[in-house]
Design a protein around this ligand. Structure first.
Ligand SMILES: O=C(O)c1cc(=O)[nH]c(=O)n1[C@@H]1O[C@H](COP(=O)(O)O)[C@@H](O)[C@H]1O
Length: 238
């Protein structure tokens, strides 16, 4: 997990994914399969990508009653992904049920997938949170609260913006994973993201892994773009 750059495969189907991955040849990547792709292609897309040696973050952001999340995670564990997630807003009991489901569905002798909780989406601003969710505290406080809740529930880490990673690590320890989307180069369009940061900022903030989608997937030359991102993220020439 440490220092991974996870590419968000926000594509509509497997042919688009194949077209995107073609220029990478045999290179093994850390890929995120989210709702758009999984709802169309189902579990077989995960199996296909795993067969090619890629690591997988299955980003389905589970948020339901504990019993339902337990059952869903039990089934998802059989896909043997590296990382899965839930919404921390579902509560501590739901997060514990997610872990129990994952453990129940993991074959004996295998490690269960890491499980992280989305704190506040990186598309959420302080104003939106106060006015729409009626949470009357700062965004940073809300993210820290959710991170502590996730830690208490036994989860492996959280999804947050790079801006909150330092205080989360201060509160919960450095082994607690911070996975950060909303990463942009200075010149990139921010789009629907509100809490954005550059890869350099994320590296200096000690972020465990960054998630990059459109900046790479919509690039005219994705393989070259990926190299540039890796360079910016790792701070060295690959
Ligand atoms: O869980 C996520 O991966 C996630 C959480 C979050 O708070 N914000 C967020 O953007 N994401 C995902 O990260 C990716 C970001 O994509 P880009 O904005 O295109 O780089 C998308 O696939 C989102 O679904």
């Amino acid at each position: 997990m440490d220092n991974s750059l996870i590419i968000a495969l926000d594509f509509a189907n497997r042919s688009e994914v194949a077209r995107f991955l073609e220029p990478f040849g045999d290179r093994e990547l850390f890929l995120k399969v989210g709702m758009e792709l999984f709802y169309q292609e189902g579990p077989s897309i995960v199996q296909l990508l795993k067969e090619k040696g890629h690591q997988i973050f299955l980003d389905l952001k589970l948020h339901d009653i504990p019993n339902t999340v337990f059952g869903a995670m039990k089934g998802l564990a059989q896909l043997e992904c590296d990382l899965v997630n839930v919404h921390a807003a579902g509560g501590k009991e739901m997060m514990q049920a997610a872990l129990e489901g994952l453990s129940a569905g993991t074959a004996s002798g295998r490690k269960r997938p890491n499980c992280i909780a989305v704190t506040q989406l990186t598309s959420t601003s302080q104003e939106q949170m106060n006015k729409e969710q009626l949470i009357p505290i700062t965004l940073n406080e809300s993210v820290l609260h959710y991170a502590s809740l996730a830690k208490d529930a036994g989860l492996d880490g959280v999804v947050c913006s790079a801006w909150e990673s330092v205080s989360i690590h201060d509160n919960t320890g450095n082994s607690f994973i911070t996975v950060c989307p909303g990463i942009r180069m200075e010149s990139d369009h921010v789009g629907d993201q509100k809490r954005v940061a550059t890869p350099e900022f994320a590296r200096n903030a000690g972020v465990s892994a960054i998630v990059v989608g459109r900046a790479i997937t919509r690039s005219a030359d994705p393989a070259n773009s990926y190299e540039q991102w890796m360079e910016a993220w790792k701070g060295v020439h690959q």
